[in-house]
Write a protein that binds this ligand. Structure first.
Ligand code: AQP
Length: 344
């Protein structure tokens, strides 16, 4: 039997959300609400795979929740909650720790990037992070996951885990009345638009990231108009004017990044941006980009501030979301346990 379409995605409360998180992920979350039942999680279990100060983790959890709502996620329509409140994530992750293979995880580039040279000192949680991500998605039998380009490999691993589980337990699944599709769907990543990988404003070869030390490398959703304008003014560029077509952006990562950001903010394509701005120097293009960024981000910024002053409301959203998420995940997890052979 085919799976009911359902969207799941999440963001880690590891700092302030930035333009990359917004354009690559959260804006797509908002768009998908009209077409699918959606579950949007603040993935606090993932956050602690790297050290988090507890008080900062609490603040960041509220901040990501506020950003979700300010960006346009409707908590009545979509489910919004923080991951640690629904125990199915951790329970299923353990089962997937026993399904996924060391060799699969050894190939994950995000672990290599985050662990850096000091691999021996990385938490074991960071190593099995992709198994928890697979559990997040498959605990809801989610069929679609909107993410930025950096998560593509983890989504492939999710499919490998789903496939191996369905295959290893095929006989048992058949005994329990499951059809050929098994218990878990082959989830589709949704990686779309001109800004699926927004790069650092200081270095066009590095991804814009919450945990990057330099605040000038990213535009935070909490930055005010002056900060946004200043960061864009100081963004690293090359001395050439903008080309008139996309091919001319090859080998110019910083120019490509700023054009991609403009295109995403204006909901258009890089081609269209270059039709309007090709031939312009950065001294003209950067103020136009800053103006557009402020126009899009300022209302969200104001709404986030308003929401952050009302923790009771954010708590109510998270509590309600966790109850609704649990109601979906609990019967799926119960079936997984029966399939595996746990007596209850
Ligand atoms: N630079 C980016 N461009 C486009 N999309 C991005 N995403 C992250 N960075 C960019 C997407 O945002 C969603 C949430 O990401 P996350 O918080 O779960 O973790 P991450 O991918 O590791 O993001 P950061 O900002 O780099 O966080 P830290 O520094 O804590 O690791 C995901 O869909 C991601 O693809």
């Amino acid at each position: 039997m085919p799976f009911t379409p359902r969207v799941f995605s999440g963001v880690q409360p590891t700092g302030q959300l930035h333009l990359g998180n917004y354009l690559g992920a959260v804006r797509r979350f908002v768009a998908m609400q009209d077409d699918y039942p959606c579950i949007y999680c603040v993935v606090d279990l993932h956050a602690i795979t790297m050290w988090q100060d507890p008080k900062e983790l609490i603040d960041a959890t509220y901040s990501v929740t506020a950003a979700y709502l300010a960006a346009g996620i409707d908590p009545k329509k979509s489910i919004v909650f923080n991951q640690s409140r629904v125990t199915a994530h951790a329970e299923l992750a353990w089962i997937f720790n026993c399904v996924a293979r060391m060799g699969w995880l050894n190939r994950m580039t995000q672990f290599k990037e985050k662990a850096g040279k000091d691999k021996e000192n990385a938490s074991t949680g960071l190593f099995v992070y992709p198994n928890l991500m697979a559990a997040d998605i498959l605990a809801y039998q989610a069929t679609h996951v909107p993410v930025g380009d950096d998560q593509k490999q983890h989504l492939e691993l999710t499919r490998d885990i789903a496939q191996k589980f369905n295959h290893d337990y095929a006989e048992r699944l058949a005994e329990l009345g499951y059809g050929e599709d098994g218990l878990f769907p082959m989830t589709e990543p949704i990686i779309q638009g001109p800004a699926t990988r927004v790069m650092s404003l200081r270095d066009g070869s590095k991804k814009m990231s919450k945990s990057e030390a330099s605040d000038a490398s990213r535009i935070n959703l909490t930055d005010d108009a002056d900060a946004i304008a200043q960061k864009i003014r100081k963004a690293k560029t090359d001395p050439e004017p903008l080309p008139s077509d996309v091919k001319g952006l090859e080998g110019r990562p910083e120019a490509d990044n700023l054009v991609g950001i403009y295109a995403a903010l204006a909901s258009t394509t890089k081609e269209a941006v270059l039709t309007d701005h090709g031939g312009q120097g950065f001294s003209a293009f950067k103020p136009a980009l800053a103006e557009l960024a402020v126009e899009v981000l300022a209302p969200m910024n104001a709404e986030m501030r308003r929401l952050l002053d009302d923790r009771a409301h954010l708590d109510a959203v998270l509590t309600d979301g966790a109850e609704r998420a649990h109601a979906i995940a609990a019967p799926i997890l119960r079936d997984v346990k029966r399939v595996v052979g746990f007596v209850s």
